[in-house]
Ligand binder design. Structure first.
Ligand SMILES: Nc1ncnc2c1ncn2[C@@H]1O[C@H](COP(=O)(O)OP(=O)(O)OP(=O)(O)O)[C@@H](O)[C@H]1O
Ligand SMILES: [Mg+2]
Length: 254
């Protein structure tokens, strides 16, 4: 039975997609079978894996609003061991659809993902930067959540809001949802503010914070424009080493 992990933080640009794509690719290289689900209308994970929007006929939007199955939209073997469920701008319309369905308490995403859960070791969901219904549905369908957090002063305020949403989802829909880990991203250990924020987060969340952090590394931001994971683009750069360490920590968590 596969483990479903949502990569979530309502704050934009904190490294969700970079983490989702590289974690998926890294797990694939460790011989795991992985499904990467793009749940963001920006389609960043889809583009990062080398697809253009006009090459995609159906995507996660069709899965959510219609009878389309996950299998029908899945792009197989986008990199070793990894299949992709793409997303595009049409996904913005899904919020309205989910609003109607929320009255009947039916979680479409949960139902659709359940049907492919046995085919994968890990299902990684790249969530959008909001606390809307797409995000809630993702959390309700997941076993755990990884929270990428940029080591800066404002990070903590946003984290409180996200934790409140996670608690709400636990109470209403998914009592077994766990926090897989908090991942510090874009860390520059040469700035005092980064070091202070890291100390504060570790003091508050202790062993929930991954030992390994992701450094600010320009190569990580270049890889998507080549349609490659960091492991296929520059496997020996600092960013690749950091994401390899994250993969080890996630595997050790089970
Ligand atoms: N460790 C890093 N070092 C340098 N640049 C990074 C790093 N992680 C991510 N980036 C870059 O920062 C930008 C935002 O990252 P990313 O797209 O992963 O964030 P996101 O949380 O998914 O954003 P959004 O909320 O818009 O979906 C991207 O241009 C990405 O390439
Ligand atoms: Mg993103």
């Amino acid at each position: 039975m596969g483990k479903i992990i949502a990569i979530a933080n309502q704050k934009g640009g904190v490294g969700k997609t970079t983490t989702a794509t590289n974690l998926a690719a890294g797990l694939g290289l460790e011989n795991k079978k992985v499904l990467l689900v793009d749940l963001d209308a920006q389609g960043s994970a889809t583009i990062s894996m080398g697809f253009s929007f006009n090459s995609i006929k159906k995507d996660i939007y069709d899965v959510i609003v219609a009878d389309t199955t996950i299998e029908e939209v899945t792009k197989a073997n986008v990199c070793k061991g990894v299949d992709l469920v793409p997303a595009s701008i049409s996904l913005v319309g899904a919020e309205l659809f989910l609003l109607e369905h929320s009255k009947t308490k039916k979680n479409v995403l949960l139902e659709k993902l359940a049907s492919v859960k046995d085919s994968y070791d890990y299902i990684i969901i790249d969530c959008p930067p909001s606390l809307g219904l797409l995000n809630r549905n993702a959390l309700a369908a997941s076993d755990s959540v990884i929270i990428p957090l940029q080591a800066e002063f404002y990070a903590l305020g946003g984290l409180v809001q996200l934790l409140a949403t996670i608690r709400l989802v636990q109470q209403l829909f998914n009592p077994s949802l766990e926090i897989e880990g908090i991942l510090l991203t874009m860390v520059n250990i040469h700035t005092n503010s980064s070091v202070e924020v890291i100390k504060e987060i570790k003091k508050n969340f202790k062993e929930k914070v991954y030992k390994n952090y992701i450094p600010r590394n320009i190569t990580l931001s270049e890889a998507p424009s080549h349609g490659k994971s960091i492991f296929n683009y520059r496997p020996n750069c600092r960013g690749a080493i950091a994401y390899r360490n994250l993969v080890s920590e996630v595997l050790n968590n089970g």
